[in-house]
Ligand binder design. Structure first.
Ligand code: DLL
Length: 451
């Protein structure tokens, strides 16, 4: 076997990739690898998880009958409810003693979603996150300021392990204490910032208020994810922090951060790591498969997970796939920017809209700062939507007429860009809550249904 060093010499582009052999693997070969791994994971799930055995049998499918990757479509979906129904450890495919880490998501209703990892799972996660950081332009020796929350959330420890695996110096800052974060970024000379995009914006604002110009610091790359965001916000973060802002995607049920990442060469769609995951797009209503290029709900099957194999997991995230060749040379297909979760879609007087689309139209509007919240109330049988935006410091918000005309301009813009009509409330600078993790974009004040 050729040593890594020898391969690097033979392949002049090797320095572009963390795992060159896999990231540029011809698709036919990649699909053969996927098929072998898929067969293994289906057998593993069937043999070790009663839920899968029951659901496969109910759908009259068997891992023994898998002839090609296309046969996966005959297998049933897995949903978040399956995790909840098997709370806490019912979906694990290994004895509890083989788990060396648990994470959990808070869950808005009832029980949290619990996920677990074997030693091999954690090693794979660190590898994929290291690969993701590398694709984003991070290199060994970089100082990585990690402002994703540490704890049950997968963001903090996921980015941490990956950055360490790559050989970076990690600063485990976690979320909050923003002034101190700014001081640490400046004093340590961080070259990489990991945070949710909304928290990165908060950091940028606090730095400016403190008189710290991060554009003149060594900060070079931002890895932003865990929530939907827009290209408008990307441009804002890039110019205010003096960085390249990279979109990173993941979810705890599948692994955590590092399932897919934009390459720094193209910043156009997120390469999904297909040697570890199979991606499908379905119609969110009917569950029918959709073709490459069509928008729909992302469904993921894990190919290598030991503790928590996920077969056709319905992510609820809306995106589309592309297999067009990428400038960077990676052959793994790309997910387009995730617009939002199907459950977060708002219906504003009959028009469907995601908060990230509202954000995209707001960022850069004169007089408006990039902070917003959508407030949904019930009036009679109809939903009533108010968009709360924030005036920037240049606007005299005490001048009622100026404030009203700014609100009217935003409402007009939303109508022409997105086709939605809603009330706009212009808030004073600092009045819209700032994020320290995942931003709350929607305040739903409608009475809860009794379910
Ligand atoms: O948010 C994992 C993560 C941490 C990803 C840090 C990226 C960076 P969960 O808390 O389980 O895991 O939430 C997963 O967040 O289903 C999406 O709805 C959303 N999400 C994650 N990344 C993105 C992104 C982490 N880049 C849920 N764009 C997912 C849009 C995202 N939405």
């Amino acid at each position: 076997m050729a040593t890594h060093a020898a391969r690097k010499r033979d392949n002049p582009r090797a320095h572009t990739y963390f795992s060159p052999d896999v990231e540029t693997m011809p698709r036919k070969q990649l699909q053969r690898l996927q098929f072998e791994r898929l067969r293994r994971v289906l057998h593993h799930a069937y043999a070790n998880v009663p839920h899968y055995r029951r659901s496969f049998e109910a759908a009259k499918v068997s891992p023994f009958e898998l002839r090609g990757l296309g046969d996966l479509r005959r297998f049933p979906f897995t949903a978040k409810a399956d995790l909840r129904d098997n709370y806490p450890f019912g979906l694990f495919a290994v004895p509890r003693e083989a788990l060396i880490r648990l994470h959990a998501s808070s869950g808005t209703t009832g029980k949290p979603t619990v996920v677990g990892y074997t030693a091999t799972d954690l090693a794979n996660w660190a590898l994929l996150m290291a690969r993701s950081l590398f694709a984003a332009g991070v290199r060994p020796g970089d100082i990585v300021h990690n402002a994703y929350g540490y704890g049950l959330f997968t963001g903090g420890l996921g980015a941490h392990d990956g950055a360490q695996r790559l050989g970076c110096t990690v600063v485990p800052a976690s979320g909050g204490g923003t002034e101190r974060q700014v001081t640490l970024i400046k004093d340590f000379g961080a070259s990489v910032l990991c945070a949710t995009p909304s928290y990165a914006l908060n950091i940028a604002e606090v730095a400016e208020r403190m008189g710290v110009d991060l554009r003149r610091s060594p900060l070079r790359v931002g890895l932003f994810g865990a929530e939907p965001w827009s290209d408008g916000l990307r441009r804002t973060l890039e110019s205010r922090l003096g960085i390249k802002a990279i979109d990173v995607y993941g979810l705890s049920e599948i692994m955590g951060p590092g399932v897919a990442i934009e390459c720094h060469e193209a910043q156009a769609g997120l390469h999904g790591w297909e040697d570890h995951f199979l991606f499908e797009i379905i119609d969110p209503e009917s569950g029918e498969p959709r073709d490459i290029g069509e928008t729909g709900e992302l469904v993921i099957t894990t190919l290598t997970k030991e503790a928590l194999p996920m077969i056709r997991y319905r992510t609820r995230d809306i995106t589309r796939l592309t297999d067009e060749p990428c400038r960077c040379g990676r052959t793994h297909l790309r997910l387009r920017r995730i617009t939002g979760r199907s459950d977060d879609m708002l219906i504003v007087r009959g028009v469907n809209v995601y908060p990230s689309q509202i954000e995209a139209t707001l960022v850069g509007l004169p007089g408006i700062a990039p902070y917003y919240q959508v407030v949904v109330e019930r009036s009679g049988a109809l939903d009533h939507v108010t968009l709360e935006v924030e005036a920037d410091a240049a606007v005299d918000v005490e001048d009622e007429a100026a404030r009203r005309s700014l609100g009217a301009a935003v409402a007009h813009h939303l109508k022409s860009q997105l086709g939605i009509s809603c009330d706009v409330a212009v808030k004073r600078p600092g009045e819209v809550p700032r994020s320290e993790g995942k931003a709350v974009r929607v305040r739903d004040l409608r009475p809860k249904s009794p379910s």
